[in-house]
Each structure stands twice: as C-alpha cells, then as structure tokens.
Design a protein. Sequence first.
Length: 151
Amino acid sequence: MKHIGFLITGIVLSLLFLLSSYSYDYNLYYSLGYSAGYSNEMLNLQVYPVIAIITLIVAWGGAAIYYYAINSVKFDRWYHWLAVLAVVVVLAPMVCYLYNDAVFKDSGLAYTGEAMRFEVLTVVFTALFYVIASYSIRWWSSNCRHTPIPQ
C-alpha cells in the first residue's frame, strides 16, 4: 500500500507542475526564471506548457527505462542510476532549447542568452522529477528496486 502512495504522490506532483505551467499566477518557470521580455513572450506563445511536458516525459521516461527496460543486476548500483540521471538532465534541456528556439524563430524573436539561462531551470526541474519518478515507480522493478537508496 505504501508503494501505491508513492506512485500517486509522484503523479499528483507531476500533474500539479504541468497544470501550473498553464497559469500566470502559479507558473513555477515564470516565478523562478523571470526575465522581462523573454518570460512574457514565453507566456504569450504558450511555450511553458510544452517545456513542462517535455521535462516530465524525459524525467519519467528515463526512470521507466532504468527500472523496467534496463532492469539488470549488473546495472543496479547508485552510480548507474546517477548515470541515467546525467543523461536525462542533459537531454531534456537540449530538447527544450531546440523547441524554444524554433518557436521564437518562427515568431521573429531572438532571446538566445535568456533561453540558455532558462534551461538551467529546466535542468533543476528535470532532476527533481527524475528523483520523484524514481521513488514513484521503482518498487515494481525486479532488479533495480533498491537503487539509489535501499528500502
């Protein structure tokens, strides 16, 4: 029953994060990474929700791949989990930056410096949601359920 609680908590936190990206008042990206023109354009072009979706898909997908696709006794140490985290926190900001850059180029805008600073925030959120996803879904893995911290 405790394991279902972890899963539900992870899903609820992820949904709250996603829903907050649609809002002006409760948008974590907007609140924590405010830059006058850039943040307003991100809101106007509805880029924040897509960035949040990409972040969540990469974080949860990376955890699912680690716990269910890889799921090997030879790959069940904390540093293997950390290696997957490293891949996830590099992949998500790259994809988000490419999307952000494409949307801004289509709109005739150029905010390269702000976009690069914004991706630091994406790294933080991706790492956070990878950890949340790990603790949400690790319990049903046959070989890696004790990673990164034993039960």
